[in-house]
Design a protein around this ligand. Sequence first.
Ligand code: AMP
Length: 280
Amino acid sequence: MTIFKTAKELTAYLVEKKNAGVPIGFVPTMGALHEGHLSLIHQSKGQNTLTVCSIFVNPTQFNNQEDFKHYPISIEKDIEQLIKAGCDILFLPTEKEIYPQNYQSRHYNLGSLEHVLEGYYRPGHFQGVCQVVDILLSIVNPDNIYIGQKDYQQCMVITRLVDLLGKRDQIHIHIAPTVRESDGLAMSSRNRRLSGSQRTKALTIFKELISIKASLHTTPLEQLKKEAHRHLEDAGFSVDYVEIANAETLEPASGTGEHLVALIAASLDNVRLIDNLSLN
Ligand code: AMP
């Protein structure tokens, strides 16, 4: 695996490959890698000649400075895992490399995506995601990008971003299923911050998603949301939302005739976890 630290060198290398017709797959991450990230690398490797992974903890997408300060970092172990997974290139930029002094931020029109769920509870978060993904796409210029359904709304935002950039025909977006621990907890870098007892409680999120799915046709949606909310609070969570939403718009569902997704965001102390489940 070759490690690039500057955008200029990476772009120069990739332009040559691209001109030679080499298909390039891209997996952007913030590091602290786990099997969820590696599943994206494996998918990219199966569909491209060259797989590029980036690790960059993007400050502009953190609306909470404490969360940014405590975001787990394990570069040495990440590198080992990427080599083992057969990743070809790791882009490991500094903050200055991504946001040089003359960087001019723009506003991305994300429509209602910016105001619901994660958009509402993490103001500015998706603008930050768009900033970094826009920059990374211009550096890597991949044929394929691999992202995880674990971050359901982020997948919608990145799809919208690729549209806004007019790159829908050049960049194919692949959304990969959520990889879970054996008991069902969605893998997340933030899980590393959970204590033993918090780790046990964390499973409540997945249990509630499963329970919503099981009772979808027998219990009113409002009641399902309320019950899940209460169970999470009983387990010690501070709950941002339990939503049953239209899977295409993320607007609250009015009935079960639409394609639905259940989404939960809740914190144990300062560790904020999100998960979601397609319902039908
Ligand atoms: P992050 O490092 O958290 O920014 O995640 C980088 C990419 O990995 C994003 O596209 C995430 O959606 C994806 N990802 C994170 N956790 C998982 C998971 N458990 N299963 C599949 N993909 C994931």
